[in-house]
Design a protein around this ligand. Structure first.
Ligand SMILES: [Zn+2]
Length: 313
């Protein structure tokens, strides 16, 4: 049985439309990379198709994908992009409402799903909202997405981190690829390293192992045992060339050992590249797609035991 340590729920109004369109724009260009740019699918068309398939406000789609993929439990992560789009803020929903929807989904599937609390630390009431959430529905971590336009080592984030540390919550910080109009510079692992340095008592997860910054992410994590990495969202790279995924994963085990390296899907947006079932199956069976060697024990820890221990599941 596997654990998905990084998954989202998307549905109408859950996030700004610009973000969804940015994802679709990236998607059609990845799918159509061998065609001339003017012959690729229209991004808004893909957006409509995807929304119809991936929309999942009550978590039922997620559970059915997990069942197909032999994933026992998943850790959900609410995104807060709204401050990036001041003109559209709350045309969708408030971040409080969104976190409550995640909490409702956990209540529906308490044995299968847990959720982080997700908030932009620039919000004046961020700490208060975390306090309320802890009282009402006990999130299992704090999710931060700096590509909305702040550095994770900006001291304005620190009161929120300190509260999360008081509650014993791991802090997961996005790092690496993100479609326009979000900017990736904010999420370089270097800024996450500062947080790990300031708060050695905190458990901090560098999401996606920083994608293309994986060498830096691992390099920083070698010296800071409170840094973890997750390998969610690597489906497109595995598809392009399996060793684009296996080489960094091998390096992660060689440098950090398997207990600080977590499997995840980053679903449901990535399901269009590889279904959750295919991704979990590929990640659990290295020998099917690479000559790089992994032990059964390493893969077992990566696919579930590491997250089980981290989150006390
Ligand atoms: Zn994600």
């Amino acid at each position: 049985m596997f654990i998905d340590s990084h998954v989202h729920l998307f549905f109408e109004g859950s996030d700004p439309e610009e973000f969804f369109l940015g994802c679709s724009r990236a998607g059609v260009n990845i799918f159509g990379k061998d065609k001339p740019p003017d012959q690729r699918q229209d991004a808004s068309q893909l957006y409509d198709q995807q929304m119809a398939i991936l929309s999942d406000k009550d978590g039922s789609r997620l559970i059915s994908e997990m069942d197909k993929a032999n994933i026992e439990k998943a850790i959900m992560l609410p995104l807060d992009f709204w401050l990036k789009y001041p003109t559209t803020e709350h045309q969708g929903m408030s971040i409080k409402e969104k976190n409550n929807i995640y909490a409702d989904v956990v209540e529906r599937y308490p044995d299968r799903l847990k959720t982080h609390f997700g908030v932009d630390p620039r919000r004046k009431d961020a700490v208060k909202m975390l306090d309320e959430a802890m009282k009402k529905w006990e999130p299992v971590g704090l999710k931060i997405h700096p590509t909305a336009g702040f550095y994770p080592d900006d001291p304005l984030c620190y009161p929120l981190y300190e509260r999360a540390i008081d509650y014993g919550l791991p802090i997961l910080i996005h790092s690496g690829q993100e479609p326009a109009p979000m900017g990736v510079k904010w999420s370089h692992p270097m800024y996450i390293d500062t947080v790990a340095a300031e708060y050695p008592e905190a458990t901090i997860i560098i999401a996606h192992c920083g994608h293309g910054w994986w060498r830096q992410a691992l390099d920083f994590a070698i010296m800071k045992p409170n840094l973890y990495v997750d390998f969610s969202g690597w489906q497109p790279l595995l598809k392009v060339n399996p060793d684009y995924f296996w080489r960094p994963l091998r390096m992660a085990f060689d440098t950090l050992g398997p207990w600080r390296v977590l499997f995840g899907t980053d679903g449901s947006m990535l399901d269009v590249f590889l279904s959750t079932k295919k991704w979990a199956k590929a990640a659990a069976n290295p020998s099917k797609s690479t000559d790089i060697e992994f032990t059964e024990n390493e893969i077992e820890i990566f696919m579930g035991k590491a997250a089980k221990k981290l989150y006390n599941l």
